[in-house]
Design a protein around this ligand. Structure first.
Ligand code: 13P
Length: 248
């Protein structure tokens, strides 16, 4: 049985005042029957990890593939861990687009993160044009093959399927479309890594998840949770998503 996961990606949002949302979340949902991960901006990781205690895991939103060195403005996996993170999101479509990150970059970062003892949430997802030209599964297959390093286990890997056209738009794929991609990702993981890793890796859906659609999405096969952007910023909204997941 895969333990479900509700993950929040705060992106470039959040100042120290917003830690109150995390505190509220930890108090109300810290013992929920699912894993909870919040990935705040790097500036808040240290304080967030002390505010949250054991009930909520804290993650970074990216890391460099080198351990140390002359990389101005970058952050290493060890630094994230040192600040209190246990996870890191890698290969988010916003990083792939804003920073020209290729599958190869993502794989190197993931390898470095795993070697530092972090768990990785590796993102994949198609653009609207790729979906409309029936290339979704080819794109996802290529991203999985290129972005996931060989060193993963069912413990240190989470895959997030985030169709780019559904991120922050309020548009959500149909449940059948979500199910088709999640089943495909599961099959690819099993084919490459075998049943052990393939069947124990969590696959999250991300893209305009909110309290009103969460329960339906969590009913889809091979959806083991969600990676939530906007709705993770408010404890009340994210709490409702956690509750929907825990009872799914
Ligand atoms: P939204 O939930 O705001 O659509 O963002 C999804 C996302 O990109 C999470 O990583």
């Amino acid at each position: 049985m895969r333990r479900k996961m509700a993950a929040g990606n705060w992106k470039m949002n959040g100042l120290q005042d917003n830690l109150a949302e995390l505190e509220a979340l930890a108090q109300s949902y810290g013992d929920a029957d699912c894993d909870i991960l919040i990935c705040p901006p790097a500036t808040l990781i240290h304080r967030a990890s002390s505010v949250c205690g054991d009930g909520i895991a804290i993650g970074g939103q990216d890391c460099h593939n080198a351990e140390t060195g002359a990389h101005t403005g970058d952050i290493s996996a060890q630094m994230l861990k040192d600040a209190g993170a246990t996870h890191v999101i890698l290969g988010h479509s916003e990083r792939r687009e804003d920073h020209n990150e290729s599958d190869n970059h993502v794989r190197l970062k993931a390898r470095a993160a795993i070697e530092s003892g972090l768990k990785v949430v590796i993102c994949c997802g198609e653009s609207l044009e790729e979906r409309e030209t029936n290339n979704t599964l080819d794109i996802i297959g290529g991203q999985l093959a290129g972005s996931i390093p060989d060193q993963v286990t069912g413990e240190n890997l989470v895959v997030a399927y985030e169709p780019i056209w559904a991120i922050g738009t309020g548009k959500v794929p149909t449940l059948d479309q979500i199910g088709d991609v999640h089943d495909f990702i599961r099959a690819r993981l099993v084919r490459r890594f075998g049943d052990g890793v393939g069947l124990s890796t969590r696959i999250l859906y991300g893209g305009s998840v909110k309290p009103s659609n969460a329960a339906d999405i969590f009913g889809v096969s091979n959806v083991d949770g969600a990676l939530v952007g906007g709705a993770s910023l408010k404890a009340e909204d994210f709490g409702q998503i956690i509750a929907a997941l825990a009872s799914s």
